[in-house]
Write a protein that binds this ligand. Structure first.
Ligand code: AMP
Ligand code: ZN
Length: 463
């Protein structure tokens, strides 16, 4: 399996630290609002990476943090007239509702920055002791000059970075790009006790610290949206490698941005959608299929029209599944050494080949569409039960890492009609005429004709 590594700018063979286990850390949301569809793209992508690694037999320790203390949190809490803690509690709760509805698998752990304050302070102390950080008037800064590899992830030269940053010089910092590990308390802000007085951590340190606490010094995969390469992930490397002297993450993965109608999503442009807005109109599987329809390192354009056509595509896949389930109730040929069984295995191989190539979901989805087309042509009333069962199983199997084709299929027509008739009989016995009529109408809408006979109710489908 190959993964594109932002650090080396190459696709590299994937090798884990421990056999069969993947330690993965994904930067999570700042919990000051409902998460938007841009965030959803990133979350779905890394949920898919995790699901696929599991499909390939790895045990994945998947950590995604909640940033629950920063400037945005403080501003929003003030606007809502609640504490930062209450704001965090509220939107973490809302995050889980949307994430569950999007079928994002729950993380192994979702650490909250404010639950790890002691460890964060310890981490910063370690950096100060090593001469990699310094205190000025209750603030603590990372000394970028002291970390020789600074700039290696974003491919920037430290001198260029320093001169670029000189525009907004803060006199108290040794170098303009030195960044805050700890911020002195300002009036009205929440704060924690520390060796440098009351204050709160900077944003970057929480990820370094929680990745270390939960996964160790070196992890397999560190991931996030492309906007995080610099400065967030660059700074995480400086902190983590500065502290441990070891490689922090073996593979750095970044997902490209989601745009709306070809422009950056923003509230002021009125093209901003929360995940919840879209989940009201579209099924989670439609949203997932759409988000995975392009390569994760290529920006994706979001429009309602594209979602509609994605829905038609997913309907095509489900129609094939529905047909297969109906056929199961009709065919009688038990087994055969049908060559289509091997053809089905071939589709699995192709799917794996695409996904093994840096999670090429776009091509993997094309493989599923080809499979659907082939099934529609080749599988019919003359097929054997084993071919039909295997066709169903393979559609389900290949859909699972993408989080699609996992819905229960309503029973075959026969079963559905029999169940409705039984319900109607019961309603009549209970003299619930309104319900009985309602069920008759429903059957009528399905083109089912009922006939009461001395032997019971008979039904037929209008031809
Ligand atoms: P935030 O809550 O803004 O810190 O973002 C949480 C995650 O979503 C990060 O990995 C961001 O890089 C990612 N993200 C934010 N905006 C977008 C976008 N428009 N498209 C894709 N990913 C995004
Ligand atoms: Zn982070």
């Amino acid at each position: 399996m190959k993964i594109y590594n932002t650090l080396t700018k190459k696709k590299e063979e994937f090798k884990t630290i421990n056999p069969g286990e993947v330690k993965m850390y994904v930067c999570g949301p700042t919990v000051y609002n409902f998460f938007h569809i841009g965030n959803a793209r990133t979350f779905i992508i890394f949920d898919t990476v995790r699901r696929y690694l599991e499909y390939r037999g790895y045990e994945v320790k998947f950590i995604q943090n909640f940033t629950d203390i920063d400037d945005k949190m403080i501003k929003r809490a003030n606007e809502e007239g609640i504490t930062v803690k209450e704001l965090g509690d509220k939107y973490i709760n809302e995050y889980y509702k949307d994430a569950d509805n999007l079928k994002l698998k729950r993380a192994t752990c979702n650490p909250r920055a404010t639950d790890h304050m002691d460890e964060i302070i310890e981490f910063i102390k370690g950096l100060v002791d090593k001469g990699l950080a310094y205190e000025v008037e209750g603030d603590v800064y990372f000394s970028t000059k002291e970390f020789k590899d600074y700039g290696k992830l974003s491919g920037q030269n430290i001198e260029d970075l320093q001169s670029g940053a000189r525009i907004s010089v803060d006199e108290r910092k040794k170098e303009p790009i030195d960044f805050a590990l700890w911020k002195n308390q300002k009036p009205g802000e929440p704060a924690w006790e520390s060796p440098w007085g009351m204050g709160r951590p900077g944003w970057h340190i929480e990820c370094s610290c929680m990745a270390h606490n939960l996964l160790g010094d070196t992890i397999d995969i560190h991931a996030g949206g492309a906007d995080l390469v610099f400065p967030h992930h660059e700074n995480e490397i400086a902190q983590s490698e500065g502290r441990s002297g070891k490689n922090f993450a073996n593979y750095w993965m970044h997902s490209a941005y989601l745009n709306v109608n070809n422009v950056k999503m923003s509230k002021s442009l009125n093209n901003f959608f929360t995940t919840r807005d879209i989940l009201e109109k579209y099924d989670a599987e439609v949203i997932r299929l759409f988000m995975l329809s392009g390569h994760y390192r290529t920006p994706l354009n979001f429009t309602m029209e594209l979602l509609d056509s994605t829905k038609s595509g997913l309907d095509r896949m489900y129609n094939a599944l529905n047909n297969l389930y109906s056929l199961l109730g009709e065919v009688s040929k038990e087994n055969s050494d049908d060559e289509f069984l091997q053809v089905l295995d071939g589709y699995r191989d192709k799917f794996i080949e695409k996904m093994d190539d840096d999670f090429n979901t776009a091509d993997a989805i094309s493989v599923i569409f080809d499979l659907v087309k082939d099934i529609n042509i080749k599988v019919n009333i003359n097929s054997s039960v084993s071919v039909i069962e295997k066709s169903i199983a393979i559609l389900r199997e290949l859909g699972a890492p993408l989080g699609i084709l996992q819905k229960e299929i309503s029973n075959s027509l026969e079963e559905e009609v029999e169940n409705l008739i039984a319900e109607r009989q019961k309603a009549r016995q209970e003299k619930n005429w309104a319900l009985a009529d309602e069920i008759r109408d429903k059957l009528k809408a399905m083109d089912i004709i009922l006939e009461d006979t001395p032997q019971g109710v008979r039904w037929s489908k209008k031809s």
